[in-house]
Design a binder for this molecule. Structure first.
Ligand SMILES: *Cc1c(COP(=O)(O)O)cnc(C)c1O
Length: 393
């Protein structure tokens, strides 16, 4: 069994490209060219150089001494929080901006919810000198003022999505509409391992540098490339895809995916897609999706904006269905507690998304000799106000 995408763009029964006919030429151009472009030596060279000099890679693989002692196992943190702009998202936007330049695009569009992907996109557009338009729900613009300010400072235009619930899915609709109207000169940078084929595969490949580094870094300290477990939080699935990528076909490495249970899986305020989701189409791919009995998308909820997504990418839907990955859901309260714990045991304030991955140690037990690698997907500066309000600091 392969856990990678097949030639038709599917992971098992999930994936594909369910798009309006008017979008077909754009997606098809990308599908035909992305692997060829990524294999070109000068593309690889520029990508690697920017990851090193601009993003700050390789990121450290840090042995968390006090956290390991507390849970009586060996815990390593893959420090994506130390990337430029504070999270793994920049790995993908660097790759896609170079792809856009190779395809001779002049204009970049993106959608954003909390604004993290918008900031990562605005950053690489400034770097490359390309026009940048970020679609964002009107409600999110009001909620995420600091990130809106960052995007503007970086030279991007933030366009409000005024329809529907005025959040992420409406921003996505606006971005797709824009792309249909500007098929020749525009590239759409999607921010997670979601969307029509080839996006999930392309994003996973750009993020795969995470597990590529983990392999040699672990070999240096543990004498073996393979850990016993790789753990990552899953919103759309890009940091998990990167952390798993080179381990997907290594059966001795167990994969753990952590979803947001919000206020509790069955409270109606949750984003635990694997438990609550059914097969459906969102954002151009067939995947697991939270929906009503008549197929309308259910509004997800999580205290962390990055996990507040009603689906998972098709790779993860397949990992769930085949049981290659174990899916665990973690509530707001459990995540917040784990975030405070990492801050005080290790001096690292994690993003609340990441705190979900750190919360599994309360319930799941590991052996003292187990090597557990956690994708520390981002830093918590953006979440300070939420932490402060929650703990009344
Ligand atoms: C966006 C984000 C996530 C969730 O997105 P994935 O595509 O699932 O990785 C997780 N952690 C951080 C820090 C993020 O910014």
């Amino acid at each position: 069994m392969s856990y990678h995408v097949n030639e038709k763009g599917y992971y098992g029964q999930f994936g594909g490209a369910f798009i309006p006919e008017m979008l077909y030429p754009n997606v098809e151009e990308l599908r035909q060219k992305y692997l060829k472009v990524m294999a070109e030596p000068d593309f690889k060279k520029e990508f690697d150089q920017l990851l090193k000099d601009y993003v700050g890679r390789p990121t450290p693989l840090y042995f968390a001494t006090r956290l390991s002692a507390k849970y009586n196992t060996k815990i390593y943190l893959k420090r994506e929080d130390l990337c430029h702009t504070g999270a793994h998202k920049i790995n993908n936007t660097i790759g896609q901006i170079l792809m856009a330049k190779k395809l001779k695009k002049k204009r970049i569009i993106a959608e954003t919810g909390a604004g993290q992907h918008g900031v990562a996109t605005a950053t690489v557009c400034a770097l490359a000198g390309l026009e940048c338009i970020v679609y964002m729900g009107e409600i999110d613009i009001a909620r995420q003022a600091p990130n809106v300010a960052r995007m503007k400072m970086l030279g991007a235009e933030v366009r409000p999505a005024l329809s529907g619930s005025r959040t992420l899915k409406d921003a996505t609709n606006e971005a797709i509409r824009d792309w249909i109207n500007n098929p020749v000169d525009t590239h759409y940078i999607i921010g997670s391992a979601v969307g029509p084929h080839p996006y999930p595969d392309m994003v996973a490949r750009f993020q795969s540098v995470v597990s590529e580094e983990t392999k040699w870094q672990l070999k240096e300290v543990e004498g073996r490339e393979n850990p016993d477990y790789v753990v990552a939080c899953v919103g759309g699935g890009s940091n998990a895809a990167g952390a798993y990528y080179h381990y997907l076909n290594e059966p001795d490495v167990k994969l753990i995916a952590v979803e947001a249970a919000g206020k509790g899986i069955y409270t109606g305020e949750s984003a635990a897609t694997s438990v609550l989701g059914k097969e459906g189409v969102i954002h151009g791919s067939k995947t697991l999706l939270m929906q009503t009995t008549d197929g309308q998308i259910t509004e997800p909820y999580s205290i962390s904006a990055g996990l507040d997504y009603p689906g998972v990418g098709p790779m993860h839907a397949h990992l769930y269905e085949t049981k290659r990955a174990e899916f665990i859901s973690v509530t707001d309260d459990e995540a917040m507690t784990a975030g405070l714990e990492l801050s005080q045991l290790e001096g690292i304030i994690p993003a609340i998304e990441t705190s979900h991955a750190l919360a599994i140690f309360e319930d799941k037990k590991f052996k003292p000799e187990d090597v557990v690698v956690i994708s520390l997907s981002g830093r918590g500066d953006k979440d300070l106000n939420t932490y402060i309000d929650y703990f009344k600091l």
